[in-house]
Ligand binder design. Structure first.
Ligand code: B1M
Length: 212
């Protein structure tokens, strides 16, 4: 692996917020494409952080600062990942479900969708089903509801949200797509979602298919 990618991984795992942007710029200057910096650098680093957490080496504050370091690095490649969208491909309401505070993946998904020309309304994290319904009622032209969850304990809140959207009479006009590390296609089908994407770049393809 390229040395600079190793430095990016190391920088995130060791929370080097001061030099992460410099390292990412170096990687770009070395001709490494932004998608590779993301997938083989930053996301690998977050995997390592998760493992250190499981092993009891890292605690919540460490996970948080690692996420902040990654976000700083992302700022550098964000404009390159977001290919200029020409016209709106449709409106998407996006959020992380109730009880869940993880937003790095959701932000990446939002960034890629915007780059593909979608008009993204990001409702944030820990979003209750009621809040999603309220935002959808204010945005009746939304074509997709996009839900993210990173915890096995919050995955069921995706179904609760879909059920609330149904009860509010909004489901028939909407497609629902879901994603997040603990999910898979089978689970997505079980809870009545129309689409599932394992990562941010594939989320764009799924969204395009869903809007037809
Ligand atoms: Co948390 N955390 N965390 N954490 N955290 C995980 C998810 C965990 C796997 C760590 C571990 O134990 N190995 C574990 C979950 C275990 C499980 O349920 N299976 C865990 C835990 C347990 C917890 C707490 C419960 C810890 C505690 O309190 N004891 C707690 C819960 C808080 C809460 O949410 N209520 C907690 C807290 C936190 C922090 C707040 C400290 C921080 C989040 C900060 C933030 O997001 N601003 C944090 C972090 C940083 C992590 C890890 C280390 C990294 C997450 C991340 O940013 N990944 C994570 C371990 C890991 O993921 N390896 C972990 C990088 C990101 C780019 O990937 O988010 O997977 P990801 O997104 C991907 C795909 O999943 C997909 O595309 C993205 C980009 O390709 N995707 C979608 C995501 N959403 C999508 C939506 C789509 C489509 C694709 O369509 C709509």
């Amino acid at each position: 692996m390229e040395k600079v990618l190793e430095q990016i991984i190391d920088g995130i795992v060791k929370f080097d917020q001061d030099s992460i942007q410099e390292r990412v710029k170096e990687a770009l200057a070395a001709g490494i494409n932004p998608q590779k910096i993301l997938n083989e650098g930053m996301i690998v680093a977050m995997g390592k952080v998760g493992k250190l957490f499981e092993e009891g080496e890292y605690f919540l504050p460490e996970m948080l600062v690692a996420a902040m370091t990654m976000q700083k690095g992302l700022e550098v490649i964000q404009p390159l990942l977001m290919k200029s969208g020409v016209k709106s491909a449709g409106k998407i309401v996006l959020g992380t479900v109730k009880g869940d505070l993880h937003d790095v993946g959701k932000n990446l998904v939002g960034m890629m969708l915007k780059g593909a020309g979608f008009d993204v309304i990001d409702v944030g994290v820990d979003v209750t089903p009621e809040k999603f319904v309220e935002v959808l009622q204010d945005n009746k032209d939304a074509k997709i509801l996009a839900l993210s969850a990173l915890l096995t304990t919050t995955m069921p809140n995706m179904k609760t949200t879909i059920d609330a959207v149904k009860r509010a009479g909004l489901r028939s006009k909407l497609k629902v797509m879901v994603g997040g590390a603990p999910l898979n296609e089978t689970y997505a089908k079980e809870i009545g979602a129309d689409g599932y994407a394992p990562d941010a770049s594939r989320a764009v393809g799924v969204a395009k298919t869903l809007v037809g």
